[in-house]
Design a protein around this ligand. Structure first.
Ligand code: PLP
Length: 455
C-alpha cells in the first residue's frame, strides 16, 4: 500500500480507541503508522525512530523485537493455533503458564483464570466476588468500592470501577453497585493542609464513613492498584495500604489488587502486592504477562476464595463463566516465553536499579523548575506533574493543553511519553530493559521539551 492509500483507508474505516474521532477522520490530528521495534525503540513508516518511554501502554516490559517470544508464538500457531479451555481442556502452554504464574505470585494465591485483557479480567473478578457471596448465602453483599483516579478498564462494569471522569462522561457511567472513595494522592490534596500521616488517616476515615453509611453487609470488595497508574502514576503514602487493609478485614470485605500494570516487574518486584504488603483475594494481571506480544490477562484467586468457588460448583454445576479465547494457546505460549525472558534478562532487578537511577535523574533535572509541582515514581514508573503556581499547586486551564504540548515537544526530541488523561502529568513507564544511557536520553529530551514549552 502507498502512504496515501494507508492514510485514506485509516481515516475512512478505522475507529481508533481513545482518539478524537472527528479530528482523526478529517486528518486534523497527527497519526503515526508504526512498522517495527527493537529494544526500547519503535520505528514508523517514515523511518523515524522513537525511544518509547511508555512501553506502548506500559505493557512491552521486555522491549520490542524479542525473537524468543515471536518464535514461541509461531511454533504454537503451527502446532495448534487454538483449542478452548472449557470442561477441563488445556494445552501444554496454558498449564505451564498457570504454574509459572502461581510460582511467582504471593504465597496465599491458589489458581489463575486466563482472559484476554485487563478489562475482561476485572469483569471476571466482579462476577466471582458476587458468586462467592451468593455461595456464602449473603446475596446483599455486592457493592464494590473503587477509588477516584483508579483505572480498571473501559467496559460497563470496569468503566464504572474506573474513577476518571473522561471514561464516564456521556456513557452513563458509573453504574451501581460501584462506589468511589478518596485516592491516596497526597500531592493533589495539599488543600487539606495536613501531614502525610494525617492524610492516610483521612483516606481511612472516608472509607470507614462510606462503609458505615452503606452498611458493611452490602459491600463485597475493594479494588485498587498498588500504585495508581493511569490516574497519575502515584505511589501511595507510607502506611496507606496497611491502614486500608485493616478496615477491609474488620468488615469482611474482599481485596482485589489490580496489578495489570505492576505485575511482572514494573515496580522492581515481581508483584506489587509483595512489595506493598498487600494480601489480595484476587490479583488482576495482563500487560506484563506477555509483554503484549499477544493479548492475555489473568485473575489469580486466593486459597480462601477458591475453596468457596469450588464448593459453589459442587452445589450448582460448572461455573457459568468463560470466553471462547480464555487461555488462548498463542497468548499462553507468548506468556511462557515472556516470563522466561524476564527471569533470564534479570528485568525485575533492572526495573528496580535502573528505575531508581531514572527517577533520581528526572528529579535532579526538573524538580527545581517553576512549573514542576511534583516528580514522583517507583521502579520503572515516573511522573512529572506540572502546575501553574508552585506554592498553591493551582492547575493550568485545560484549554492551556500543557500536558499535550509537553508530550508533543518531547516527541520532537525523539522520545514518547504519555500525557496522562487527568491533570498536566507526563507519565514515563519504559520497557524494563532500559539502560542508564537510555534513561539519560529520556531525561535530557524531556528537559529540552520543558524548556521549549515554557521558554
Ligand atoms: N487495570 C489497569 C490497572 C490498567 O492500567 C488497565 C489498562 O491500562 C486495565 C485494567 C485495563 O486493561 P485493558 O486495557 O487490557 O483492558
Amino acid at each position: 500500500l502507498t502512504n496515501d492509500q494507508l492514510d485514506r483507508w485509516d481515516r475512512d474505516n478505522f475507529f481508533h480507541p481513545s482518539t478524537h474521532l472527528g479530528q482523526h477522520a478529517r486528518g486534523e490530528s497527527p497519526s503515526r503508522i508504526v512498522t517495527g521495534g527493537s529494544g526500547v525503540y519503535i520505528e514508523d513508516r517514515d523511518g523515524t525512530k522513537l525511544l518509547d518511554a511508555f512501553a506502548g501502554l506500559y505493557c512491552v516490559n521486555v522491549g520490542y523485537g524479542r525473537s524468543e517470544i515471536a518464535d514461541a508464538i509461531a511454533e504454537q500457531a503451527k502446532q495448534l493455533a487454538y483449542y478452548h479451555a472449557y470442561v477441563g481442556h488445556g494445552t501444554e502452554a496454558s498449564i505451564t503458564l498457570a504454574k509459572m504464574v502461581l510460582d511467582r505470585a504471593p504465597e496465599n494465591m491458589s489458581k489463575v483464570y486466563f482472559g484476554l485483557g485487563g478489562s475482561d479480567a476485572n469483569e471476571t473478578n466482579v462476577k466471582m466476588v458476587w458468586y462467592y457471596n451468593n455461595i456464602l448465602g449473603r446475596p446483599e453483599k455486592k457493592k464494590i468500592i473503587s477509588r477516584w483516579r483508579g483505572y480498571h478498564g473501559s467496559g460497563i462494569m470496569t468503566g464504572s470501577l474506573t474513577g476518571l471522569a473522561g471514561f464516564h462522561n456521556k456513557f452513563d457511567l458509573p453504574r451501581a453497585p460501584i462506589l468511589h472513595t478518596e485516592a491516596p494522592y497526597y500531592f493533589r490534596r495539599a488543600d487539606l493542609d495536613m501531614s502525610e500521616a494525617d492524610f492516610v488517616a483521612h483516606c481511612v476515615a472516608e472509607l470507614e464513613a462510606m462503609i458505615e453509611r452503606e452498611g458493611a453487609d452490602t459491600i463485597a470488595a475493594f479494588i485498587g492498584e498498588p500504585v495508581l497508574g493511569t490516574g497519575g502514576l502515584v505511589p501511595p503514602p507510607a502506611g496507606y495500604w496497611q491502614a486500608i487493609q485493616r478496615v477491609l478485614k474488620k468488615h469482611d470485605i474482599l481485596l482485589i489488587v489490580d496489578e495489570v500494570v505492576t505485575a511482572f516487574g514494573r515496580l522492581g518486584a515481581m508483584f506489587g502486592s509483595d512489595k506493598h504488603g498487600l494480601e489480595a483475594d484476587i490479583i488482576t494481571i495482563a500487560k506484563g504477562l506477555t509483554s503484549a506480544y499477544a493479548p492475555l490477562s489473568g485473575s489469580i484467586f486466593s486459597k480462601r476464595m477458591w475453596e468457596v468457588l469450588e464448593r459453589g460448583t459442587d452445589e450448582n454445576g460448572p461455573i457459568g463463566h468463560g470466553w471462547t479465547y480464555s487461555a488462548h494457546p498463542i497468548g499462553t505460549a507468548a506468556g511462557v516465553a515472556n516470563l522466561k525472558l524476564i527471569d533470564s534478562l534479570g528485568l525485575v532487578e533492572n526495573a528496580g536499579k535502573t528505575g531508581a537511577y531514572f527517577n533520581a535523574a528526572m528529579a535532579d533535572a526538573l524538580s527545581g523548575h517553576a512549573h514542576v509541582g511534583d516528580v514522583r515514581g517507583e521502579g520503572m514508573m515516573c511522573a512529572v506533574e506540572f502546575v501553574k503556581d508552585k506554592a498553591s499547586r493551582a492547575f493550568f486551564e485545560t484549554s492551556d493543553k500543557v500536558g499535550p504540548k509537553l508530550a508533543t515537544a518531547l516527541l520532537g526530541q525523539g522520545v514518547i511519553a504519555r500525557a496522562m488523561p487527568q491533570g498536566d502529568i507526563i507519565g514515563f513507564a519504559p520497557p524494563l530493559c532500559l539502560t542508564e544511557a537510555e534513561a539519560d536520553i529520556v531525561v535530557d529530551g524531556f528537559k529540552a521539551a520543558v524548556g521549549e514549552v515554557f521558554g
